[in-house]
Design a protein around this ligand. Structure first.
Ligand code: ATP
Length: 286
């Protein structure tokens, strides 16, 4: 029997970057949020081997796919002797700052834990996930969360209201590693950006959430690709409540009060000469 699951993308509502650690990663603090936009993965148990079939999307099909790495990792950890065929249908733009690879890896760990009857706890899955990518533990947890460390230390937050989203992905990708390499920290004291965002989410006030959007990596990616800053300006002009680049970019999202407003803003954005957009919504399981 095949199992079909959705792998939801994430955005960062707030993202602060602090000192570089001895292991080469920067210490970060982020408010992470799952969104409706998702890839689909279909898992079919087979007698042996791990096979990935990529239906669409510009991602590697073989062992370099994060889905393959996730399957291999849990198979080894669980001492599994049978195999799986995984069909991946991408809808999340690649190298976009939307955590596409991380969420595919996360659902692969969770699905294979069930299919192979391994009985691993969420904690164990998160530890396996952490080795595949810093955002994988959040993608296993989903919803709204505060992330620290290199992104793997998570604290669940009250759900963010189901605001509308207009996502604009420029026609190029950005390597997360290159953005962090170019990041030059200012003063290293902890700033209250994430705390302010948590309070805004607790207030459930879309205007307050929009005012607290913050991403310390924006200046870095904007310097590499000035067109990303131009998208931000245009989305604000089109009437989004607030606009932010997600993760290391280059995707920019505009927040709106609801899905209908997102459609209206998207229409205005396109009249202003903007490129293709994706309309989505904040996602929470509750
Ligand atoms: P993040 O926001 O977590 O940094 P991202 O959205 O910027 O991630 P991804 O879409 O995860 O970036 O892609 C990063 C790289 O991983 C790409 O170069 C891509 O080729 C590779 N990759 C491997 N497997 C996958 C997958 N299943 N989906 C997307 N990218 C994958």
């Amino acid at each position: 029997m095949a199992m079909i699951v959705k792998a939801r993308a994430k955005i960062n509502l707030a993202l602060d970057v602090f000192e570089k650690r001895p292991d080469g990663y920067h210490e970060v603090e982020m408010v992470m949020q799952s969104i409706e936009l998702h890839d689909c993965l279909e898992f079919t148990p087979v007698p042996e081997g791990i096979t990935i079939l990529v239906e669409n999307g510009d991602v590697p099909a073989g062992e370099d796919n994060l889905v393959h790495r996730a399957a291999k990792s849990i198979s080894t950890y669980g001492g599994v002797r049978t195999g799986v065929e995984i069909r991946l249908k991408k809808a999340i733009p690649v190298a976009a700052g939307l955590g596409g690879g991380s969420t595919d890896a996360a659902v692969t760990l969770a699905a294979l834990n069930k299919i192979w009857g391994l009985g691993l706890t969420l904690r164990e899955l998160m530890l396996l996930g952490e080795q595949l990518g810093s955002d994988v533990p959040f993608c296993l947890m989903e919803g709204t969360a505060l992330a620290r460390g290199r992104g793997e230390k998570l604290e669940s937050l009250p759900p963010c209201p189901p605001l509308g989203l207009v996502l604009v992905k420029p026609p190029f990708g950005v390597s997360t590693a290159s953005v962090y390499r170019a990041y030059a920290p200012g003063k290293l004291e902890k700033k209250p950006h994430c705390r302010n965002m948590v309070e805004a989410i607790e207030s459930r006030d879309p205007g307050a959430i929009a005012r607290c959007l913050y991403n310390a990596l924006e200046p870095v990616t904007f310097a590499m690709h000035p067109e990303v800053a131009a998208i931000k300006e245009k989305l604000l002009e089109a009437g989004a409540l607030g606009v932010l680049m997600s993760g290391s970019g280059p995707t920019v999202f505009g927040l709106t009060g609801n899905l209908q407003d997102a459609r209206t803003v998207a229409g205005r954005y396109q009249k202003l000469g903007g490129e293709q957009v994706l309309i989505s919504q904040i996602w929470n399981s509750a």
